[in-house]
Design a protein around this ligand. Sequence first.
Ligand code: ADP
Ligand code: MG
Length: 575
Amino acid sequence: MDGKIVGVTGNLITAQTDGAVVLNSVAYCCRSDGARLMAEIIRIRGSELDLQIFEDARGLKIGDTIEFSGELIQVTLGPGLLGRIYDGLQNPLPELAEKIGTHLKEGNYLPALDERVMWSFTPVVEPDAVLTAGEKLGSVPEGIFDHAIMIPFGLAGDWTVKKIAPAGEYTIADEIAVIQSRDGEERSVSMTQKWPVKIPLNVSIRRLLPTEPLTTKVRIIDTMFPIVRGGTMCIPGPFGAGKTVLQHIISRHAEVDVVIVAACGERAGEVVELLKEFPELIDPRTGKSLMERTIIICNTSSMPVAAREASVYTAVTLGEYYRQMGLDVMLLADSTSRWAQALRELSGRLEEIPGEEAFPAYLNSRIANFYERAGLLLLKDGKKGSITIAGTVSPAGGNFEEPVTQGTLKVVGAFHGLSRARSDARRYPAIDPLDSWSTYPGIMDTESVEELRAYLREGNEIKQMMAVVGEEGTSVEDFVTMLKAEFFDAVYLQQNAFDEVDAATTAERQQLVFMTILDLVRMELEVESKDEVRDTMVRASELFRNWNYQAQDSEHFRKTQDEIKEFITRKGVAL
Ligand SMILES: Nc1ncnc2c1ncn2[C@@H]1O[C@H](COP(=O)(O)OP(=O)(O)O)[C@@H](O)[C@H]1O
Ligand SMILES: [Mg+2]
């Protein structure tokens, strides 16, 4: 059963068919020169269909044939995903890093995984073992992990292992097992399987409530607005406020196994930059390239809108696959605004009734569905696996009152709002300490954090007042409060992403430094004049900054710590 093209408008194809077709399934538009262009069925009205073509519709004409695959958009899973760079439809983009604009020839899709590579497989089950979907048949080493080869996720019920390959070298296409269902159906299993990207991949005993703090080593996040393994966070910020740098630093230092980056470029240039920079990032865990445990899904505004729309789903599905192996995955989507724009474009072409700012009415539910795919699972083998999703939003003009930011804030567990004022003052990371929030438990006791946050709020008010009445009009007491707040900001909340030691602060060190700061802030300073206050706080800031730039186990670190202790006893009396 085929269809016929009856209309072409940009990337939207209208077609006619008399058979049954599946919504969101893949179809191929057959061009007269023989090229088969991939498309997704996005609307069905009786015998009329709308299809979104994944590449250029050029050359297609009325009357051209459409073939229906009946399959949803799916990704290929298996060893060899780590280190790869794909587009939104999992076409590998090896050349893109060097040469943007090298378009794959239309109608040519490259396999996502190399079928020639040999992997060293070790079985973990014997014949006659009875297993269910997602349970392990064996494993192959991939990078620093054991890549689990599992019973295909879509299979229902019990399956008996009839044959299992002995330890040895196999390609992903080779048969490594034969399994049989209760009704006698036999299946050949290889190291690769497929999964539709829009259906959450979750084969587990149950979902667990995520409560275990996930250290990112970014102090303002871990101390004030923590995230958890399996949680979600939103980083909105205007252009240039530091979203991408923050995501890089989190990918490097967060305590996770696999990093998945969905790079939805605001401009093609940004994606090229990421493709150049990312492979240069060194993994602090191995000393080798971070790419060895990263997958990048990239996507620029010059790519077809359907590929852009699919990219975040492809990214999260790959993440879910590694979660099934009991690994902790961090998914960074930068920026989700570009994805939402793709939704808007698609909806506009379908002439759907637009909602706020011309986004489709279902924008919020799409955002919610995406973030809901984060989570912590208790797997069948008793292990836990997680995906944490961090999405940036780039609202025009940094105005957070827009639909994408608002839709995201309704569903995430933490909000790290970047402020233009802070990034202009080069106070990085520019996360606003007064507006941001988190609903998750962290590594610090909340009362102490609230105590310092109150200082920040008060200090901010005094600073604003001082801008009007001047320093003379400010009392010594207020002046002290303001400088203490500034001190906390300068030596703790600000963190230099480009300094080797300062860039990453372990949870243990955060606790130590934070409590020392609390000691200092709680002191009543023995000072008479504002000048004396200033001198004292300047000296304190110098000492603490110094401390930040020193490795915790170094001799310098302990020496500076002693200096700080002495300074505190000398300068203050405990309240
Ligand atoms: N944490 C940080 N430490 C030091 N510099 C930073 C930090 N974050 C951002 N910057 C500076 O700001 C610039 C813009 O940051 P970027 O992440 O590209 O912004 P965005 O992605 O929000 O447009 C960076 O090139 C860098 O110079
Ligand atoms: Mg950016």
